[in-house]
Design a binder for this molecule. Sequence first.
Ligand SMILES: *Cc1c(COP(=O)(O)O)cnc(C)c1O
Length: 348
Amino acid sequence: MTMFDASLLLDPPAWPAAGYAGLADRIGRLLGTRGDVIFVQAEAVVALEAVASSLAAPSLKVLNIVTSPYGGLFGGWLRRGGAQVTDLVAEPARPVTVEAVKAALDAGGRVDAIALVHAESASGILNPLEGIAALAKARGSLLVVDAVASVGGHPLDVDALGIDIAVIGPQKALAGPAGVSAVSVSAKAWALIDRPGAPVDSVLSLLDQKRGWLDTGRGALPGTPPALEFHALDAALARIEQEGLENVLHRHAAAAAEARAGLAALGLEPFETGERASNLVTAVALPDAVDLGRLTALDIAVKAELTAGVGPGAERLVRINHTGRRADPAIVRATLAALAQALHRVGR
Ligand SMILES: *Cc1c(COP(=O)(O)O)cnc(C)c1O
């Protein structure tokens, strides 16, 4: 089965209490922010739920952009907290357009917050973050970005773009652990979160993190932090810093270009290209005659991490994963060769 000795993971030294602030600062540097960075000691979906739960209040009006199941979940969590949410649902599995966001803003009244996913690993699309950030700035709306997939794969300049809340996880382009996530929070976002009646004493409360960690001088984290996850996060950040963020971004862009060129050579067309496509995953729409379930179940497809898209409109897509350690031209070429073989095996 596994090729490594899991007992090596036992009895790790505790991550030093004084070291959490340094880790947060390194994440802040990756994100280009001087604002606060806090940890959510769980997978990134929990961090997204915590952000929605902490922001949601009956007075809050949100324009929630939906380009995958993640956006749908986010809107649901906001509604559960009583927020007034308008979903802007893009064409299935496609990116939203700046024009559509502008029209939605023009149609309604006040919008306190705009929420979107930057890059979608579900379908391989990229949303026009810069244009949407400019609209948010012009209207004075809070900007909330799910950057779990995009961090390390696309430039993400939190302060320069005026992103108030960015949620990241190390498990995608940063090639780190999946069990700890981070959230950057601007002063403007804290002003909405830190209010009478805000959720507290909850794993979903960002305010707890502020009061229990930021406001007490960023020492020990509340509870027992998972040492393995923090050691792995440290190592993943060190590897990124060693390579240089610019090079990591470049590696992902080159992998995406390699995937698209290789598809063309196979006579296949990527689902999206150019500015509408992410550098993390290249999705291809397969002809209806191809049994996608059968194709992705083939050993060769499983080994090459060829998977079906996720969510409405992505059901007919097969995804070439070039995220993190897979953002490597040799791996992309091997994946394309596997795709060609798999297609052959299912009769194409
Ligand atoms: C991967 C990802 C997450 C984290 O969710 P998973 O449980 O890893 O699927 C959140 N948002 C986006 C946009 C992602 O790509």
